[in-house]
Design a protein around this ligand. Sequence first.
Ligand code: ADP
Ligand code: MG
Length: 227
Amino acid sequence: MANDLIHVTGLAKTFESGDQTVSVLSGLDLSLAGGQSLALTGPSGSGKSTLLNILCGLERPDSGHLHVAGQTLAGEGAPVNKALEQAWAGLRRQCIGVVFQDANLMPALSLLDNIRLRASLAGNAGDSGQQWLSKLGIGELGERYPDQVSGGQRQRAALAMVFAVRPALILADEPTGSLDRVTAEAVADELFGLQARQGCGLILATHDPELAARCQFQLDLGHRGGA
Ligand code: ADP
Ligand code: MG
């Protein structure tokens, strides 16, 4: 569909494991519009991370069509080789915010400088970064380095960094998986609150049924039944 942020049809991915070929995704169809949220669920090994990696260009599908933010990235009409790499790099810089389970902060930069760098790469150089740290409840920690704060604070800083990009799409792989229950809920509140305010799309992979239930849509990769 023309207005979809993500439109995927017939996506397939296999991996070679020793002398075996393992089919991780096959015949996967999926659409997401701006402002919508989707939870990827399913047991460990069902392909949640693989799908997120394909949706941000870190893995290539074997076959299928993939459109992200109006660009064709796999299937007929997709660029190849260097042009494909450049298309993905541009999307990751300006359009897609990725949150991993282990906060993807640069260890040599303070929290604030991590956010400023990410914002300026996305073309938001005027962004002070401070407002995002404050919104996420860690406004006083900007001068600290990632190894000088707790895991929950690092995860909030990683979210601040993603929001400073003002992405059209957020991909989050077990974003609260390494946090205790109370911190996980607080981080999830921020994630959903900011997603609603910015109106961006969100796809998150999670083992946590409560977190999955907070998304508008759920896709169980363990029991997909062809969808
Ligand atoms: P999930 O995130 O749902 O736990 P993954 O997407 O990480 O699942 O993995 C799906 C399957 O693909 C697993 O069987 C995993 O071992 C396999 N896999 C993932 N990445 C690779 C890779 N780079 N090479 C070989 N096998 C892989
Ligand atoms: Mg995973």
